[in-house]
Design a protein around this ligand. Structure first.
Ligand code: GRG
Length: 297
């Protein structure tokens, strides 16, 4: 596949995802509108849709058509959106802006934002529990288990808790690894596993997809932290000095920017090699790993 073909593949899959997301939520005006408007506001706020794309690319890599993968793709984006709404709340990061727009609680108030996040989380499982044509029910049950564990206290929430506890403290690389592989990595790993499970992967393919997801999840968070620091450097003049990642549980803070970049590069390269071993249908996964490494936002 040429790069232009992969780009048009991704554009067509983004469109499928967009339509599926639009039809999976109650309309914004449906009763009670306050919560539905808040859910729509955050779900359609310009996210990259990386996670749903990974679900589709994983399932298609093992021979599935995209349609049966769409409920899982939507479910993971609903959960991702809920996590961002809650992460922005005053009790957590207290952020006023996300993706260049006021955060959900700034527009709808804290209580509605909290509930909109809760509603997105629960709705994810309602969407995922629909059994697509041609997919065995036990595979759907398995995918539900994957997503629930990935989002829960031994997955994303566990990572968030350890991250909160680490704030302002000197932490070991082991703790940083725990935070990254759970807070960010769990959901990304679940994308690959759900795509594989629902797409009909055999055990070996599922293991390869899982390892790709683990590498990519860690690389994604490292590059996010690198982008944060580089953004701070770029804004230095405007902000009047920066706190250069001090007190943050990140690879650049533990190892320095250069080594963090090298590790992110290695992880993405390994992910690409794993994808390559799945054959030509996995080419979008190779491209997506390159994208994660080189992205600017
Ligand atoms: C508060 C329930 C709860 C969970 C917290 C995921 C998370 C755990 C917090 C979100 C904030 C954060 C910095 C997460 C790390 C993962 C990350 C870099 C998210 C941003 O993902 P992108 O870049 O976002 O895919 P878009 O905007 O493209 O959807």
């Amino acid at each position: 596949m040429k790069v232009t073909e992969i780009k048009s593949y991704l554009a067509s899959r983004r469109e499928l995802i967009q339509k599926a997301l639009e039809s999976c939520l109650p309309p914004p005006e449906s009763y009670p509108p306050a919560v539905h408007q808040a859910m729509h506001y955050s779900l359609f706020a310009g996210g990259k849709r990386l996670r749903p794309l990974l679900v589709l690319a994983a399932g298609e890599a093992v021979g599935s058509p995209p349609e049966p993968l769409l409920p899982a793709a939507c479910a993971v984006e609903l959960i991702h959106t809920y996590s961002l709404i809650h992460d922005d709340l005053p009790a957590m990061d207290n952020d006023d802006f996300r993706r260049g727009r006021p955060t959900c609680h700034k527009v709808f108030g804290e209580a509605v934002a909290l509930l909109a996040g809760d509603a997105l989380l629960t709705h994810a499982f309602a969407v995922l529990s629909q059994v697509p044509e041609g997919v065995p029910t036990e595979k759907v049950l398995q995918a539900i288990g994957e997503l629930a564990c990935a989002a829960g206290s031994q997955g994303m929430i566990g990572g968030q808790v350890v991250d909160m506890e680490a704030e302002g403290r000197q932490v070991t690389l082991e703790t940083v690894n725990y935070i990254h592989t759970h807070k960010t990595g769990s959901l990304i790993r679940a994308c690959l596993r759900m795509g594989g499970i629902l797409g009909g992967a055999d055990e070996e393919q599922l293991d390869t997809l899982t390892r790709y997801g683990e590498n990519l999840g860690l690389a994604f968070q490292i590059t996010d932290d690198i982008l944060d620091i580089e953004g701070d450097f770029a804004n230095m003049g405007k902000k009047g000095g920066v706190d250069m990642a001090r007190g943050k549980a990140t690879y650049p803070a533990c190892l320095g920017l250069a080594q963090a970049k090298e590790i992110a590069g290695q992880l993405c390269k390994e992910a690409q090699e794993l994808a390559r071993s799945l054959g030509t249908k996995a080419e979008p996964l190779i491209y997506l790993a390159g994208y994660v490494l080189n992205r600017q936002g």
